[in-house]
Design a protein around this ligand. Structure first.
Ligand code: PMP
Length: 317
């Protein structure tokens, strides 16, 4: 079901970071035909550099492109381009434990198109930036506010893919939450206004006893690569993991709540405010739950090469 022309991604190259030229009539500027990805390169103790599951980002871009009527680079082209970009920017990968190199692949409708239709040409580009920890990891649990008046996605919409417009749509709610002192918004489903979806750029998990639950992938939440990885890691640690509908009413009963994402890794949630009521986790001291701590350590040790990668998730440059 090819719905767009263009898309020869074989003749790219490296160039210094700088502005790009775009037609004022480009599909991306006028109709938001754009997709992005986010992944990280980590430096290991021996100085070598690894990527975390880049093939997953590549295939998520291929799937997203299908939804957005765009051609996409192949998984091989995507991973090769990421490797070349990171190699050219090796000196910007921070030392182990001091952060990572954030990699931003971007696929845009760069061709000019006047009426609403897929652009006739596409551009795939990658830029990188060193980053510290997005939230302060285990040191500072995040505080979420449940949003009733805004939704991130609707059934049949584009919530399940990483298209640029999804992020424009959350800015108003996110800014309001930040102005009130919250770290981020937790969105509910648009049909019942009752089931948990995700935060602005991370997935959510609830812990109760030995069971860990997360909303199932149903087209309105982003299939996070950290989410998928944490599900596997948690099962290896012996937890029961359920992907299902989770009602907002279950929040007060949870022992721990945490969010996952490339930027936030595993961020413990200290509180969730809903209809003016605050539900706190981690006790009065605002401590971090042991499951969140355990999964955070397992994942970050693996990403930084501090434990043996038995799952084959890291790719050496
Ligand atoms: N949900 C949304 C809306 C996101 O933007 C992200 C970040 N890509 C995530 C979840 C987490 O996905 P990942 O673990 O692949 O970074």
């Amino acid at each position: 079901s090819k719905c767009s022309a263009g898309g020869n991604f074989s003749k790219g190259g490296l160039r210094p970071y700088g502005n790009i030229e775009l037609s004022p009539a480009s599909g991306v500027l006028n109709y938001g035909q754009g997709l992005f990805e986010g992944l990280k390169a980590y430096r290991k103790e021996d100085g070598s550099i690894v990527l975390f599951r880049p093939m997953e980002n590549a295939s998520r871009m291929v799937q997203g492109a299908e939804r957005m009527c765009m051609p996409a680079p192949t998984v091989e082209q995507f991973v090769e381009a990421v490797k070349l970009t990171v190699l050219a920017n090796k000196r910007w990968v921070p030392p182990v434990g001091k952060g990572s190199l954030y990699i931003r692949p971007l696929l845009i409708g760069s061709g000019a198109i006047l009426g609403v239709a897929p652009a006739p040409e596409y551009t795939f580009l990658i830029y990188v930036s060193p980053v510290g920890n997005y939230f302060k990891g285990l040191l500072a649990p995040i505080n979420l506010i449940v949003e009733n008046d805004f939704h991130r996605a609707t059934p049949g919409g584009t919530g399940g893919v990483k298209t640029i417009g999804n992020y424009a749509a959350v800015m108003k709610a996110q800014s309001a939450a930040k102005a009130k002192g919250f770290s981020d918004v937790l969105y509910l489903d648009a049909v019942h206004n009752k089931y948990l979806e995700e935060a602005s750029s991370s997935n959510i998990f609830l812990v109760k006893g030995n069971t860990i639950s997360t909303p199932s992938i149903n087209g309105t939440i982003l299939p996070g690569i950290t989410r998928k990885s944490i599900i596997e890691v948690a099962r290896i640690h012996g937890y029961e993991v359920e992907e299902r509908l989770i009602s907002i009413d279950e929040l007060p009963e949870a022992d721990e709540v945490f969010c996952t994402g490339t930027a936030v890794v595993v961020s413990p949630v200290g509180s969730i405010t809903y209809l003016g009521k605050k539900i706190s986790y981690g006790g009065e001291s605002g401590g971090v739950g042991i499951v969140s701590k355990q999964l955070y350590s397992s994942l970050t040790n693996l990403q930084m090469g501090l434990t043996e990668d038995k799952l084959g998730w890291t790719v050496e440059l």
